[in-house]
Design a protein around this ligand. Structure first.
Ligand SMILES: [Zn+2]
Length: 468
């Protein structure tokens, strides 16, 4: 008899299930819906691939990235699984072939882009065939990026209406409690069983520091700690990606650019080189990396501030999937905050969405500014409690000595200014101007500034300006 375990052994070559995999698979095989939160590298795809093979019919996997679909489908075919994909990279004839295979029941798994799925023609086809399950991969696209980049994900709630009897599984590597709630709401997964795995990635060393001279900081990091390693350098803009990639190449590294402004051929070529070759540094915007499965990425360096803790967690999570030591280095500065705030203000989302984005950015800044264990703080954000400081983040490794003045007060001061309203900003700037004058400088930085900063933080959380 075909059981999930026998498929795991015979098709995928693993001896046993990991973590929550077996429970998720059971739920789907029974016909229940599931919401799965599993860190990258936790074995998410087996959670839908195996039930799709156990249940009758074809499993439909909704995936946001064409490159990712191609990778997964070729990997599955190598294992002898009848898999295919439908997306805009296929010619009309090729798409027709896939449709015919579907009609004849010759596929076990079909990967499809969301914009293709919601077309009437596709839905009509799906109504004519037997479907074992719907898997919605990278389900946070419905929330975190929904308004900006993946509006098609918002339409996926139609699956529930059009195919009420087909079990659905939504998967993501990261989602805070609010995103989780939004996924449930938007995809109508109120009755889904939830499977939430631990978020800790103990082999990743988190380090966050201010930008002084980012090029020198990066160069030192690469030369002294990661010579000859594969890694990713994230930048906020396409321009900067091009510049940094060029500069690293001129310094003797094999560095490739990746961003949405490059042609799809170049992107694909660079991605393939990164996956297959060693010692390649991918310099990229956030367009790179979703679903990238390269086990030996030894570092992820951010040259700009990510826009949320979720993004930071997900991007650093691409390092060290093999469980070996890896580093997440983040260099941040005030200009990042200003740029991100502008981008958020200009985005198309409604006011509530923009407010949420701002709050997420503030939480990210908070993570940068703390002087206690970063991992504890990071995990707390995802609702997890790490009892002891981790011993593997910069705050644990280089604790601030008591009595030292707050680290780089000037920057923190400016960061606060970026967060508050205009009136408070004017007051703070006046204060800052006074502080620059040497005779006040000592007084301000060592005595009053921490108190003021605490008050401003309190203010941004809706509390009173002056605490007692
Ligand atoms: Zn720590």
């Amino acid at each position: 008899m075909t059981t999930p375990l026998s498929i795991l052994n015979s098709v995928f070559g693993y001896h046993e299930f990991r973590g929550t995999q077996a429970a998720v698979i059971d739920a789907l095989v029974q016909g229940d819906d599931a919401l799965v939160l599993m860190p990258t590298g936790g074995g998410k795809s087996l959670c839908y691939q195996i039930p799709a093979l156990v249940r009758e019919g074809v499993g439909i996997v909704i995936s946001p990235l064409i490159a990712l679909m191609q990778d997964q489908v070729s990997a599955l075919r190598e294992l002898g699984v009848r898999a295919g994909f439908l997306n805009s990279s296929l010619s009309i004839q090729e798409a027709r072939q896939i449709e015919l295979a579907l009609e004849r029941g010759e596929l076990d798994l079909l990967y499809v882009a969301p914009e293709r799925l919601i077309q009437p023609r596709t839905l009509e086809l799906f109504h004519q065939i037997k479907i074992s399950l719907f898997a919605i991969d990278e389900a946070h696209c419905v929330s975190q990026w929904g308004h900006d980049f993946r509006s098609d994900y918002l339409k996926l709630e139609l699956l529930h209406r059009e195919f009420p009897n087909v079990p659905r599984i939504a998967l993501t590597a990261t989602a805070d409690i609010r995103t989780r709630d939004e996924i449930i709401l938007r995809l109508q997964l109120q009755n889904a069983q939830q499977f939430i795995s631990g978020f800790d990635r103990p082999n990743i060393q988190y380090r966050i520091t201010q930008k002084n001279n980012p090029k020198i900081q990066l160069m030192r990091f690469l030369r002294e700690e990661h010579a000859g390693n594969s890694g990713i350098v994230y930048c906020l803009s396409r321009n900067k990606v091009d510049q940094i990639a060029e500069w690293l190449s001129s310094e003797g590294f094999t560095a490739l650019p990746y961003h949405a402004g490059l042609s799809s051929q170049i992107r694909q070529k660079n991605q393939e080189r990164f996956l297959r070759e060693d010692n390649i540094i991918m310099v990229a915007t956030i367009a790179f990396g979703m679903g990238i499965d390269k086990p030996d990425v030894r570092f992820v360096a951010h040259l700009d501030l990510p826009k949320s803790i979720e993004a930071y967690y997900q991007e650093t999570g691409r390092a060290g999937r093999d469980g070996e030591p890896a580093t997440g280095l983040l260099l941040y500065g005030l200009e990042d905050v200003v740029k991100l705030r502008q981008m958020m203000a200009q985005s198309e989302g409604n006011e509530e969405f923009k407010r949420n984005e701002q709050q997420r950015l503030n939480a990210m800044l908070g993570l940068c500014e703390i002087t206690s264990c970063r991992r504890q703080s990071l995990l707390r954000y995802f609702g997890e409690n790490l009892v002891q400081p981790c011993g593997n983040c910069d705050c644990c490794l280089n604790p601030l000595k008591p009595g030292m003045p707050p680290k780089l007060c000037k920057w923190r001061f400016l960061a606060c200014i970026a967060r508050v309203n205009v009136l408070v900003r004017v007051i703070l700037l006046m204060y800052y101007a006074a502080a620059i004058m040497k005779k006040f400088y000592n007084l301000v930085t060592t005595n009053y500034l921490p108190t003021i900063l605490a008050n401003i933080s309190a203010l941004t959380n809706g509390n009173r300006f002056f605490a007692n």
